[in-house]
Design a binder for this molecule. Structure first.
Ligand code: AGP
Ligand code: GLU
Length: 606
């Protein structure tokens, strides 16, 4: 999820590794570390500049591994930073991703007298590899045996003190790229830190394990076969490489939606019982059992995700929910009694309004919960319990993958609450199945990017947009309007479709397009009627509709067809569609969609 970089060759590794980490900083991280055989392990919370200060020696090592951490398990502290060592101090591991079954494996290793230093999931890998090499297996066989035991995602670097020139890497769900030089080789999360050294790269596939020395690279698989992965010549510059070949981080992050959804649900669904397993709120499960009111509080995009949380938790959890803008909630005199919880939704975990709203709720005696993306952030630490998104760092100022993740996690929370409140196993299984199918459906929506770009281009001269929707599509309308206005600076307004006659219809004319989110759901007919009201006033209509819906073509000028899913989860798919619409509309204008004017990624001021 963050950054790995390794070198083995004929030069001193230290400066190359530190420079490589520096060029991966754009990926966002909370701590860093470096290991070179024969030199001390150095790790630090904070920036690479901190790490440079702590590496107050000059190592002669010609190989090493380095890591930028985006914490998922264990606070961002020195001891939790990577690389992690085994008991012998011979095996060092740096990891991007999440090991889903680490708890079970850690318990077994502790029974076999392994001692752990960190709270991370990663550390178990070092001890499992240790067992292999101590039992006489080769370094690479010990690694392959280890990876055959783990479930989850990884982009791995492994260094073994007894084979200092060799670095082993492995990919499952987190990207790994090899750089092939002359008498030296590189490994990284993306090509950015490699391209200044070589343009010959090998993109590993999931299940690949690569054994790298200064003059060779061999690729094996989890099933023990050797395979050939040809090198490619890439002409990207460093900037392009950091965006994975996408023109903007925002587009890259929109395209991360499938992995983000997989990470949100990973290890959290008990399919056969139609239940969600959320370790982060198990500790307050008893209090949640008596919950009779929930206040969701957030800002911006997170607030719109919170509105979806309201529908989800009322529908599935059977609990009264209200959603409050954090900047308002903190100045109200909210009536909070026993049985009330306040839930913050926040990507950064540092938004001041949301933080103060949580503090207000706590002052008034509420149980405080969080749906947070940034591990160890202030809101994550100050709430009583919560669920992490595991969406990885979001670089673009406009929130995209975080929104998708927030809706998925709120669905899990709703399922968690609902199944202890009368939601049947069968209904629960429908939600579980919907969540399991969602990543693939999201991939289908992402394939519409070029179609959506062409539609956005048709309306490039419009200066005003309306976004409308009902029920689960209403918050998507609000989010679509926010996305468009914050990156294209064009006026856009989200509205409940049922409100058209109460005012907005007056604005409609041929120059005022409306994006209507109208999946075939429980309010489809009503939304279609609202669209017909607009059509009668010659307002241009862009519909986001369900595949196969022929009727909508009679009303809309353009239709973006998204796959069918259960009503509660359709906002994830229509949300991706409105993100793509906003992105292409703004990108076509040549605007800086990653860093829109006047905005900051995390609003830590009032
Ligand atoms: C949305 O695209 C904006 N970046 C902004 O509204 C953001 O959602 C809001 O500031 C909340 O941020 P948070 O999720 O980090 O708390
Ligand atoms: N899950 C690991 C940890 O929390 C790796 C996180 C990352 O991808 O940086 O340390």
């Amino acid at each position: 999820m963050c950054g790995i970089f390794a070198y083995t060759g004929d030069k001193k590794a230290q400066p190359i590794l530190l420079e490589g980490l520096q060029s991966l900083e754009y990926r966002g991280y909370d701590s860093a570390g470096i290991f070179m055989p024969g030199s001390p392990l150095v790790k630090t919370p904070g920036a690479v500049t901190e790490l440079r200060k702590r590496v107050h020696f000059t190592s002669d090592a010609k190989s090493g591994i380095a890591h930028l951490r985006w914490a998922t398990h264990g606070e961002p502290t020195e001891v939790n930073a990577h690389p992690h060592a085994d008991c012998t101090g011979d095996v060092y591991v740096a990891h991007n991703g999440i090991i889903e079954n680490f708890r079970e494996l850690k318990a077994e290793l502790e029974k076999r007298n392994h001692t752990f230093k960190s709270q991370t999931d990663t550390e178990i890998l070092a001890h499992l590899i240790e067992e292999g090499v101590v039992a006489g297996k080769s370094f690479e066989d010990a690694v392959i045996d280890t990876l055959q035991q783990v479930r989850g995602t990884y982009g791995l670097l492994i260094s073994y003190a007894k084979e200092p020139g060799t670095v082993i890497t492995a990919r499952m769900g987190s990207p790994v790229v090899l750089g092939l030089g002359d008498g030296e080789n590189f490994i990284a999360s993306d090509a950015t830190p490699i391209l200044r050294h070589t343009k010959e790269v090998v993109f590993l596939n999931d299940g690949d394990i690569a054994i790298i020395t200064p003059t060779s690279h061999r690729v094996r698989t989890l099933t023990n076969s050797e395979i050939d992965r040809p090198a490619e010549h890439v002409d990207w510059d460093t900037e392009e490489a950091s965006k994975g070949g996408y023109p903007h981080f925002m587009l890259k992050e929109i395209h991360e939606a499938p992995e983000v959804l997989e990470n949100a649900i990973r290890g959290r669904l008990i399919a056969k019982e139609g239940r969600a397993k959320l370790g982060g709120i198990e500790s307050v499960a008893d209090t949640l059992a008596d919950l009779d009111r929930l206040i969701i509080t957030a800002c911006g995009t997170a607030y719109y995700a919170g509105l979806l949380g309201e529908y989800l938790i009322e529908d599935l959890g059977g609990i009264p929910v209200e959603v409050e803008l954090a900047s308002e909630f903190r100045y109200r005199k909210p009536i909070i009694r026993k049985g009330t919880a306040v839930l913050a939704v926040t990507q950064s975990g540092e938004t001041l309004d949301t933080l103060e709203a949580i503090r207000e709720g706590k002052r008034r005696g509420a149980l405080t919960l969080g749906v947070v993306n940034t591990v160890g952030s202030t809101i994550a630490r100050e709430t009583d319990a919560g669920v992490y998104n595991h969406a990885g760092p979001e670089i673009g100022v406009a929130s995209t993958k975080a929104f998708v993740s927030q809706v998925a996690v709120l669905s899990l929370v709703a399922l968690f609450l609902g199944r202890s409140r009368g939601l049947s196993e069968d209904e629960g299984r429908k939600i579980v199945q919907g969540l399991q199918e969602l990543p693939e459906l999201a991939r289908k929506v992402l394939k519409l990017s070029e179609t959506i770009r062409k539609i956005a281009l048709k309306y490039k001269d419009a200066r005003d947009f309306l976004f409308i929707g009902r029920r689960y599509s209403y918050p998507v309308a609000l989010e679509g309007a926010l996305k468009l206005k914050e990156i294209s600076y064009v006026h856009a307004e989200g509205y409940g479709a049922g409100e058209m006659k109460h005012g907005p219809l007056a604005m409609i004319d041929t120059k005022f397009p409306t994006v209507a989110i109208v999946p075939q759901d429980s309010v489809y007919e009503k939304t279609l009627s609202n669209m017909i009201e607009i059509q009668a006033r010659k307002g241009p209509l862009i519909a986001i509709a369900t595949e196969g819906d022929e009727r909508v073509k009679e009303v809309a000028n353009d239709v973006i067809y998204i796959p069918k899913t259960i009503e509660q989860l359709s906002p994830v798919l229509s949300g991706i569609a409105v993100q793509l619409f906003a992105y292409h509309f703004a990108a076509e204008k040549g605007l800086n969609v990653d860093r829109p004017r006047n905005l900051a990624k995390s609003v830590t001021v009032e």
